[in-house]
Ligand binder design. Sequence first.
Ligand code: SAM
Length: 231
Amino acid sequence: MKKHFVEFWEHITSMDKAKQRAEKIIQIIEKYHNQAVKLLELGVGIGVVLKNFPEKYSVAGLDIEKEYIEYCKRNFPNNKFIESSMHDFSLEEKYDVIYSVYDSINFLSNFDQWITTFLCVKKHLNNQGLFIFDMYTPKVLDDKKILQPTCQVESMGYSIDRGIVRDNLLEWEVILFEHKKENQYEKHTFNFYERIFPISKVENELYKHFEIIEKELYEEGNKIRYACRKK
Ligand SMILES: C[S@@+](CC[C@H](N)C(=O)[O-])C[C@H]1O[C@@H](n2cnc3c(N)ncnc32)[C@H](O)[C@@H]1O
């Protein structure tokens, strides 16, 4: 039976980098909304970012993948988790901060879903609430460097990542060679699809609902992080 990616995620995630993603969000919250306590992460995955938040925050997580939500519920029994797409969630609660990191928003299938994601976020934010997220910029589509396959030795075996660009689609092929015994490995292939849109197109939509209070290009301009306040 085909294994789910959740079985390998822990092995191939850099916990240090996940911690850095959390620290960046905490910095922005402390700078622009230091009264915030109720947070929601969109695209929470297996909770490697959420778990780094200090106890004063109550952080909920949302993800489209049932397996990730089940994993999170098992591993973080004190947090709340919701299985839903970020583009059409409807919850009774509102949050002080909604954030999404590691280009999770690029996983949406089309730009209409970005538009409804922004609407859902606005609807679920308290007054003065912050929306913080990062995304790939179109530069990544030209930047051949990152598309070189990379091979890594993991605790579970080996992994090879390869990026393939088609128009505004960035497809990631992740091949995992799971170590079984001695020289025996089992091969697992996973494909992830990310869609990249022009910065101006994204900002035009953001401006309808949010004030952009900070933006930062990083990873050589391949990524941008926004901090926005609900209008
Ligand atoms: C690159 S991972 C990031 C996980 C985590 N935030 C981190 O920083 O390690 C992207 C996550 O977004 C989730 N995702 C993809 N499409 C989604 C959607 N439409 N709604 C909610 N989550 C989605 C995936 O299941 C995955 O867990």
